[in-house]
Design a binder for this molecule. Structure first.
Ligand SMILES: *[C@@H]1O[C@H](CO)[C@@H](O)[C@H](O)[C@H]1NC(C)=O
Ligand SMILES: *[C@@H]1O[C@H](CO)[C@@H](O)[C@H](O)[C@H]1NC(C)=O
Ligand SMILES: *[C@@H]1O[C@H](CO)[C@@H](O)[C@H](O)[C@H]1NC(C)=O
Ligand SMILES: *[C@@H]1O[C@H](CO)[C@@H](O)[C@H](O)[C@H]1NC(C)=O
Ligand SMILES: *[C@@H]1O[C@H](CO)[C@@H](O)[C@H](O)[C@H]1NC(C)=O
Ligand SMILES: *[C@@H]1O[C@H](CO)[C@@H](O)[C@H](O)[C@H]1NC(C)=O
Length: 775
């Protein structure tokens, strides 16, 4: 009995009367309720025996009753013993209760004590001495263990019958205070040493790690050299453990180099890291490290590369065709994109064709569609599906850009402006749009060459001028035409003609030329002329009468003017025509006015018989002539009557009025049949000077040579005589001999009181001067 048990025992002894007999309180209670051996008030009274009374009858009894046995004295029957005792021997004894034993030293029932179990007395008091030790590493939790099974394990020990208890082996545990064997750690866990008393001591062993109560083998690429609930360690960077194997326990198991890594030769597994493959190299698959050779990465095949900045490629598939390079699926290499191709991405695609036709690139290995270009002078067109650009040289008549156009963008050829074209295909600027033949550059555009201009085209120059007087025809001649394309088309124009010496000249006034070419100018028809003074071109230009001709109006299609008859004149040159104008009469003169035909002005107008003496420039009254040359005139009366008589006679050349010629006769006329004389024909003529250099010419009588006037001079020709007369103050005329071989000038004679007047006849004035012709 240990000290603690002893103290408890003493307390129990002191309290025993109140706590009841060792038999137990349960027995005592049954007695009180009357379901024991007796009943009623009498039994109550018997129970009230004092503890001392009971103890005197039965040692250690604290409650008892008396039992009357037939033929004997009554005996005390113990109902309850002290603590640690139990009613035995039919109430006649209190022996050690289970959990107590009879101490050999004190003889008292003593608590069994920690680490022991005591079954209590059985058949005799001595059996209450039994006290058994629990066994090695077994303990009890009370001092009153009654049974072997109240022996429990010490923490960290496993239960076994008897004293076979031993520390829990490694990998098992027992918290103790039970009858169980050591439990194995769950899930492959283990303990670090024998004697574990808690599942918390279960740890992941080497080569594994702890996860929710289980040991999980270190995954590939990790290892764990110690047991414990810590994570597995990673193999050094770039290395791993054997493929498919787990639960490695040492860094030295990191014998493989990871894909995408390399390691130099001569190193020890677990002690080196394997760097990532460098750019443009790769290595696939884990490789068992060989210290002899190391592990190397493979270079990417021809022209292939890993993405910029990417290291540690684990497969050849990381070797891509970089921009500008096309993938060759046949051998897994790459090659620079050819001219006309490009590739933008990092990938395994072939180069893309920029387009069809002339679309190309400036260099190989182009990395962007922006490197594709449509060449200068080229355009492109998009296919119907909108996917393919086709380049082509800008066709004739269009032009492209001056520089190449980069990028896959629409490029159009621009149309040349109207009437221009390019010489060939592929033109690069509007400046190459040149004029078509027959067109010239003007005012920023191409215009057809006007009349008299020509251009062979093919330039941006203006049409060339054929020159003044020229016009243009269509090729090969014909009518005037615009758009001449050759200098050969320049022809002599209307209004102009060949001047015969290698040049041309304009048609003069009064003529015209409507035709192209070298033909002559055509004179205006009968009596007409042009008001144009320069290069008239049409019959209608004959729009006026010539000088000395007249017409009331001129028809454009059949223009004609008639010569002005005697007594009229015309300045001509009035557009549209004008009649010949009557000669104006001098003041006070009322007789007829006469003139040569076709005179240009009134200067050639003369009064038929002159005027009175005061205004007459000629001394008509002084002509001296033989009377034989004169005829008796019918006229009688006055000088005016005589003048009228002469005017009335076609052949009258002049008259003389004198009172007292023959009886009853005062008027005589000179008659010679015809009024005008052809002085060019041989014959005898008499000419009266009526103005300076102006003579009237009449046929003469043969006697006139001798009888007319007083001779001033004699000459061999009419011209000499006429010229002399013009200078001789007294000369009034000239006369020729019969054959016109001798001419003399003569002066008049005075007849006092006589009147003599030469009759001016238009056709007889200066007849050697030809009349103006109509054409
Ligand atoms: C049990 O233990 C006791 C004392 O500790 C010892 O004397 C006895 O030999 C043991 N029995 C066995 C079977 O080990
Ligand atoms: C791709 O590679 C094969 C084999 O080397 C070669 O014959 C072929 O010409 C290549 N193709 C191109 C488009 O380069
Ligand atoms: C066009 O062609 C003509 C004739 O062959 C040549 O004279 C001219 O210079 C060319 N013009 C241009 C712009 O090429
Ligand atoms: C050329 O002929 C045309 C047609 O007859 C005419 O209209 C034009 O005025 C002429 N030009 C010249 C310069 O003669
Ligand atoms: C003219 O007059 C005279 C005298 O008066 C006269 O004798 C004569 O017969 C007349 N002559 C004519 C032709 O009448
Ligand atoms: C004038 O006379 C000449 C010479 O005889 C002749 O040639 C010419 O025809 C005549 N003229 C006229 C108008 O009779």
């Amino acid at each position: 009995m240990n000290r603690h048990a002893t103290v408890l025992y003493l307390i129990l002894l002191l309290a025993a009367p109140r706590l009841g007999e060792g038999r137990g309180l349960d027995d005592a209670r049954r007695e009180r309720r009357g379901d024991g051996l007796g009943g009623g008030a009498q039994r109550q009274r018997r129970l009230l025996q004092t503890a001392d009374d009971c103890a005197r009858s039965v040692p250690k009894c604290v409650a008892c009753r008396y039992q009357f046995v037939q033929g004997t004295v009554s005996k005390a029957v113990c109902l309850a013993c002290e603590q640690g005792y139990v009613v035995k021997a039919a109430g006649r004894a209190c022996w050690c209760a289970p959990g107590y034993y009879r101490s050999s030293s004190s003889g008292e029932c003593t608590p069994c004590g920690m680490g022991y179990w005591c079954p209590g007395a059985a058949d005799d008091e001595a059996s209450g001495e039994a006290r058994y030790a629990c066994g090695t590493n077994k303990i009890t939790v009370t001092q009153y263990a009654k049974w072997d099974r109240e022996c429990v394990t010490q923490p960290g020990y496993g239960w076994a019958e008897g004293n076979a208890s031993a520390p829990c082996p490694k990998g098992t545990f027992n918290p103790g205070y039970n009858n169980r064997a050591c439990a194995s750690c769950a899930g492959g866990l283990t303990t670090s040493a024998p004697g574990a008393d808690s599942p918390a001591d279960c740890r992941a062993p080497e080569g594994s790690y702890y996860l929710r109560g289980k040991a999980i083998p270190c995954a590939q690429g990790t290892y764990k050299a110690s047991s414990g609930n810590v994570d597995c360690s990673e193999c050094p960077a770039g290395t791993t453990t054997a493929f498919g194997e787990v639960g490695k326990k040492a860094a030295a198991d990191c014998t493989y180099v990871l894909p995408g890594h390399y390691a130099a030769a001569g190193q020890t597994p677990g002690e080196f890291t394997a760097p990532q493959c460098l750019a443009n190299t790769y290595r696939s698959g884990a490789a068992l490290y060989s210290p002899g050779t190391g592990v190397a990465c493979m270079p990417c095949p021809d022209n292939t590369q890993t993405l910029t900045g990417v290291r540690g490629a684990t497969s050849r598939s990381a070797c891509l065709a970089p921009p500008g390079y096309g993938w060759n699926a046949t051998d897994g290499t790459a090659a620079a994109c050819d001219y006309g191709y490009f590739k933008a991405g990092w990938d395994r695609e072939a180069c893309t064709k920029c387009g069809e036709g002339t679309i190309t690139t400036a260099a190989q290995a182009s990395a962007s569609p922006d490197a594709c270009y449509t060449p200068a002078g080229h355009g492109n067109s998009l296919s119907a599906d909108g996917l393919t650009l086709t380049g082509f040289a800008c066709p004739v008549g269009t032009y492209g850009r001056e520089l190449a156009t980069y990028g896959l963008v629409d490029v159009e050829c621009s149309k040349c402006i109207e009437n221009t074209a390019t010489n060939g295909t592929g033109s690069t600027s509007a400046a190459q749009c040149v004029t078509l033949p027959g067109f010239g550059w003007d005012n920023g555009g191409s215009q057809i060459c006007e009349f008299a201009y020509w251009s062979a085209g093919g330039s941006q120059e203006s049409c060339q001028y054929c020159g003044e007087g020229f016009n243009t025809t269509a090729a090969g001649g014909g009518a005037a035409a615009r758009g001449a394309d050759s200098g050969d088309d320049c022809a002599i124009g209307a209004g102009w003609t060949d001047d015969g010496v290698g040049s041309i000249k304009p048609c003069l006034q009064g003529s015209y030329k409507s035709l192209l070419g070298p033909s002559a100018c055509v004179k205006c028809p009968s009596g007409t002329t042009t008001t144009l003074t320069f290069a008239p071109t049409a019959l209608s230009d004959c729009d006026a009468c010539r000088t000395g001709f007249g017409a009331a109006a001129i028809s454009g299609t059949a223009p004609a003017c008639a010569i002005c008859e005697s007594g009229t004149y015309s300045f001509g040159h009035t557009s549209g025509g004008q009649d010949c104008q009557p000669c104006p009469s001098p003041d006070g003169y009322s007789g007829a006015m006469v003139s040569r035909r076709g005179i240009p002005s009134p200067d050639g107008c003369y009064p038929e018989f002159g005027t009175d003496a005061a205004t007459s420039s000629l001394p008509y009254d002084e002509i001296a002539m033989s009377d034989a040359a004169l005829s008796e005139a019918a006229a009688n009366g006055t000088a005016s009557d005589c003048e009228a008589a002469c005017a009335g006679s076609t052949g009258c050349q002049y008259f003389v009025f004198v009172d007292g010629f023959a009886a009853g006769t005062s008027c005589k006329t000179r008659e010679l049949g015809v009024a005008a004389a052809n002085v060019s024909a041989p014959g005898s003529y008499i000419l009266f000077e009526i103005g300076s250099g102006v003579y009237l010419a009449y046929n003469a009588h043969s006697s006139d040579w001798a009888s007319t006037g007083a001779t001033i001079g004699t000459f061999t020709t009419r011209a000499l005589a006429a010229a002399a007369c013009d200078t001789q103050a007294t000369c009034i005329g000239i006369v020729s001999n019969a054959d016109g071989s001798s001419w003399r000038t003569f002066a008049g004679a005075t007849h006092v009181g006589a009147t003599a007047k030469v009759r001016v006849s238009g056709p007889a004035i200066n007849p050697w001067i030809a009349e103006p012709t109509a054409s």
